[in-house]
Design a protein around this ligand. Structure first.
Ligand SMILES: CC(C)(COP(=O)(O)OP(=O)(O)OC[C@H]1O[C@@H](n2cnc3c(N)ncnc32)[C@H](O)[C@@H]1OP(=O)(O)O)[C@@H](O)C(=O)NCCC(=O)NCCS
Length: 174
């Protein structure tokens, strides 16, 4: 059984950030700088880092950014030796339940071409692609996927919500 553990202690956040570096820095060289710049958000709660707990062991992390009634899944990571056991899938389902309780209606995520397994995971969970965005800091394109946590939202509404968030945060939309 998978549990998600909210981490808000600075030292524990730094340990978690450090363990993510090897995976993400090679594909996103600004990863460590980005984490450092957003540390305050994790301490104040506009972003959250959740430890994925499995048999009382931390086996990975989830990074979420809140925007009003939407949220962005910035990253999910399972330590290599715990992969392919259904942990990420279960962690996402637990996370969906937590987000629904917080009245979050839409969860979106960007998928990099370097992570085809993540695309499979998100599609399996019911995410669908609503567009492609251009990352000006890296000069690359990422696919934007969404999942509605509220059964009554139209695809048009979901697209409009994602677009308004990206416009607000100056992220170019293609
Ligand atoms: C992507 C990642 C989080 C998946 O974690 P996991 O616990 O191994 O995933 P699960 O066992 O829950 O797999 C769920 C589904 O994801 C997909 N998937 C996961 N790993 C896969 C792999 N190695 N090859 C193909 N599909 C894979 C499959 O659809 C799988 O369902 P299936 O087993 O019925 O085919 C993990 O591989 C990881 O941390 N990778 C590095 C970081 C990363 O890519 N993060 C995502 C982008 S931020």
């Amino acid at each position: 059984m998978v549990n998600l553990n909210y981490i808000q202690d600075k030292e524990k956040l730094l340990i978690a950030f450090d363990s993510l570096k090897d995976e993400f820095v090679p594909v996103y060289p600004l990863f460590s700088e980005w984490l450092k710049n957003t540390m305050n958000d994790y301490l104040t709660g506009s972003r959250v880092l959740l430890g994925i707990e499995y048999s009382k062991t931390t086996v990975g992390y989830v990074l979420i950014h809140y925007f009003d009634q939407s949220a962005k899944l910035n990253a999910i990571y399972v330590f290599p030796k715990f992969r392919k056991k259904g942990i990420a899938e279960e962690a996402c389902k637990v996370m969906f339940g937590n987000l629904k309780q917080k009245k979050i209606q839409i969860l979106f995520t960007q998928i990099r071409p370097e992570y085809p397994n993540a695309r499979k995971l998100f599609k399996k969970l019911g995410f669908f692609q609503i567009g492609t965005i251009f990352n000006s800091d890296e000069q690359n394109n990422n696919d934007l996927y969404c999942i509605s946590l509220d059964n009554f939202l139209s695809v048009e509404f979901i697209k409009k919500s994602a677009l308004s968030i990206y416009t607000k945060y100056n992220i170019e939309w293609k």
